[in-house]
Design a protein around this ligand. Structure first.
Ligand code: CA2
Length: 157
């Protein structure tokens, strides 16, 4: 009898990097009227549940320091398959993050908890959007889950 062909399993994907910028570690602790009551740890938990549903793994990180965020994006080129980023206030200032995201050559989805277009004029401009496949803003923490869903579709296996 002919041998059964080996079951073909897609190779394991590298984790998706979910990267958070300055002050997002304060979520749930200050300004709940703008950013809600959920903490960053709550968002991390929700991302891990959604990632599991999508058969993805997640590396979740936060820093208040621009250079640390650049370093983590540089590592992502080798260590991760895609990037979900809420760059916080660096969204509106950082050419360094834009350059790092472009150099990573990975699919990037930009997320904002608040609708940055409903807020002060200086928040309407994102320096990093040119490096992103798409941008999700104003849907609170659900935006992170939608970003993971979009990444899952982009990483066709
Ligand atoms: O809406 C978003 O997700 C932002 O990226 C959040 C940034 C803001 O600078 C961007 O314009 C839009 C601010 C994050 C600060 O989060 C805090 C949370 C609680 C208390 C203080 C700050």
């Amino acid at each position: 009898m002919a041998a059964k062909p080996a079951a073909r399993r897609p190779p394991a994907l590298k984790p998706v990097l979910v990267l958070n910028g300055p002050n997002l570690n304060m979520l749930g602790k200050r300004q709940p009227e703008i950013y809600g009551r959920e903490t960053l740890a709550d968002i991390e938990d929700a991302c891990r549940v959604e990632a599991q549903r999508l058969a993805l793994a997640v590396d979740f990180a936060q820093s208040n320091h621009e250079g640390v965020l650049v370093d983590r994006i540089q590592q992502a080129r080798e260590a991760n398959s895609a990037i979900v980023i809420n760059a916080g206030a660096y969204t509106h200032t950082s050419v360094a993050l834009l350059d790092a995201l472009n150099a990573a050559e990975l699919p990037v989805v930009e997320v904002h908890l608040s609708n940055i277009y409903k807020r002060e004029a200086f928040r309407h401009r994102s320096y990093i959007s040119p490096a992103a496949v798409g941008v999700i803003a104003g849907l609170g923490s659900h935006g992170y889950l939608l970003a993971l869903q979009a990444i899952s579709r982009l990483l066709v296996r």
